[in-house]
Write a new protein. Structure first.
Length: 201
């Protein structure tokens, strides 16, 4: 008797779900038909932001690296290495975005937490262009540079890498690091200074 009551309630519940689902599709179809399509009045908007053209080339090496997280020489290397994948033909429709600007957009998108809108304003391009250029840049880096720069350390070179990593970071017995995590601890009072991180805690 209890089982038949449970089955009946489950059947009622399924019927209600099906009706709601059917109503949702109907409402969605009506709304899709009632929303007018956007008519584009211009091919692309004229943009006046010129941070890339006017500011970036005049930055010192320190501030250039602060902006894009690479030195100017590394930036030039990336431009030369990725030019075949990122360059576009000029057409009668428009002049393409330069390879240098494409690389800068890709680097800025990867190294900052800025939204696409902010990056678009900095570089004088559209938001969707930032997204497309960043994806093209990432794909080009993977295709052209991954096999050359990312590889496992050979056993014969392990000791050299451990020594170099320690010289740079002061962190012993490690070959490299992908990321770091800081969390507070209660250090022993004798060696408390050994437990400070660069954030000061």
């Amino acid at each position: 008797m209890l089982e038949s009551e449970i089955d009946r309630e489950a059947a009622i519940s399924r019927d209600i779900e099906e009706q709601l689902l059917g109503n949702s599709f109907t409402v969605a179809a009506v709304l899709a038909d009632s929303v007018p399509s956007m008519c584009r009045s211009v091919w692309s908007f004229q943009r006046n932001e010129r941070w890339f053209e006017d500011t970036l080339p005049h930055l010192t090496e320190f501030y250039f690296k602060q902006a894009l997280r690479v030195t100017p020489s590394t930036f030039r290397y990336l431009v030369e290495s990725l030019a075949c994948d990122l360059s576009r033909l000029s057409t009668q429709m428009r002049t393409p975005i330069s390879v240098e600007k494409r690389v800068a957009i890709g680097l800025y998108r990867l190294c900052s937490s800025a939204e696409d809108r902010t990056i678009a304003h900095l570089f004088g391009v559209g938001r969707s262009t930032v997204n497309v250029v960043w994806r093209q840049f990432s794909t080009a880096v993977i295709q052209q540079l991954e096999s050359q720069w990312i590889c496992m350390v050979r056993r014969a070179d392990m000791a050299d890498h451990v020594r170099e990593f320690f010289a740079v970071t002061g962190f012993p017995q490690a070959v490299g690091a992908l990321d770091g995590c800081h969390f507070p601890v209660s250090p022993p009072k004798k060696h408390a200074t050994d437990y400070y991180n660069y954030k000061g805690w």
